[in-house]
Design a protein. Structure first.
Length: 161
């Protein structure tokens, strides 16, 4: 288990130090930036969990849109929903559990090949789309209502400074 040193940096030890990143940023060579999260929906819990400690959205970034591309069809024994949120870089304070995606239904996530773009005001759009997080932000996720029994999605976050 890691800890914060006197410089405010998160220091990892043991197996946590070698955790594979789930988030990666594309080099877009322009003002718009993009990172992608590959998320196995069956690994989610009903509690908000930070997905990656190495990639974050800067505090002054303007979040333009979020795109979900279903890689493996999403299924659930009930009416599962997906929420994607943001945590402050201190890893203990939630900015919003629904900052990027707000209770997106399993039916909307759909079958492999489905793409859903969330912009300001669209169904399932998070509270921080169309604004800035205000703090350096790490991405988190959770399910609501019921657990997912299958599904892999690529979540792309588009932002600019």
């Amino acid at each position: 288990m890691g800890w914060y040193n006197s410089d405010g940096l998160y220091v990892k030890f043991g197996t946590e130090e070698a955790t594979v990143a789930k988030v990666g940023e594309y080099n877009t060579r322009g003002p718009q930036r993009q990172f992608e999260i590959t998320l196995d929906l069956t690994t989610l819990t009903s509690s908000d969990v930070i997905l990656d400690f190495s990639t974050y959205i800067p505090k002054d970034a303007f979040i333009e849109a979020v795109e979900l591309e279903t890689k493996t069809s999403a299924t659930s024994g009930g009416s599962a929903t997906l929420s994607v949120g943001l945590y402050k870089s201190d890893t203990t304070t939630a900015i919003s559990a629904t900052a990027l995606v707000s209770a997106l239904a399993v039916a909307t996530i759909g079958n492999a090949g489905t793409r859903t773009t969330l912009t300001l005001g669209s169904t399932g759009a998070g509270a921080k789309i169309g604004s800035t997080p205000g703090f350096p932000a790490l991405v988190s996720a959770k399910y609501g209502t019921a657990a997912f029994t299958a599904g892999v999605v690529a979540i792309r976050v588009f932002w600019s400074k």
